[in-house]
Write a protein that binds this ligand. Structure first.
Ligand code: FES
Length: 196
């Protein structure tokens, strides 16, 4: 069931629960003395309303968390595994992975996954093969192969994404924006050693 469907189901079940409890209150209020009936009816109506509100609130909260939780795999926001065959040779052309919004680059120090969003104002930064640079089309920020800023209004190097090298030579990139590696400039420690 999709998160939206879960939320709608929660709303419907909360509405139904409220009506069932309200009906129970009316039925119970049909017995006993007038004063007792009045008290009982008020009490049940209050409890029914409270119960329905709690159910609706809980379902909406669960649906919202489900929608926003970045635990997808194979898509931006989650872990993405790239086959070893796609890891560039040292100083080879960056491997562009649109689903994860990153480039894989490979230097003597190891591999990096560079988030392709410009750290100036967020434009997508292409690799310009003829210049061997990442050049932002919006305001002209230029970055080296390793992500370091060369010039332009960008305040720092391109952001990196955490990389794990797997036993079979593939790599897993954590594309959760909350875990981005922000740095002023590239240092060798930013790269993950890689041997196929
Ligand atoms: S958004 Fe890239 S230089 Fe402004």
């Amino acid at each position: 069931m999709t998160p939206l469907a879960r939320t709608l189901t929660g709303l419907a079940s909360g509405w139904a629960a409220g009506h069932v409890l309200g009906l129970a209150a009316r039925l119970q209020a049909g017995h006993g003395s007038t004063a007792k009936k009045l008290h009982s009816r008020r009490s049940f109506t209050r409890n029914a309303a409270l119960g329905a509100t709690m159910i609706i609130t809980a379902e909406i909260a669960i649906g919202t968390v489900w929608l926003l939780w970045p635990n997808k795999t194979g898509a931006f926001g989650g872990d993405i595994t790239v086959a070893g065959i796609n890891v560039p040779e040292i100083d080879g052309a960056p491997f562009r992975f649109p689903e994860g919004k990153f480039y894989l680059v490979h230097t003597d120090d190891g591999i990096q996954a560079l988030y392709w969003k410009c750290v100036h104002l967020g434009c997508t930064v292409p690799w310009i093969a003829g210049s061997s640079r990442f050049i932002c089309p919006c305001h002209g920020s230029i970055y080296e192969y390793n992500g370091s800023r060369i010039s332009g209004p960008a305040p720092r190097a391109m952001d990196g994404m955490p990389v794990t090298v797997n036993d079979n030579g593939s790599i897993t990139v954590n594309t959760n924006p909350a875990t981005l590696i922000m740095r002023n400039t590239y240092t060798p420690a930013d790269a993950t050693p890689y041997t196929a």
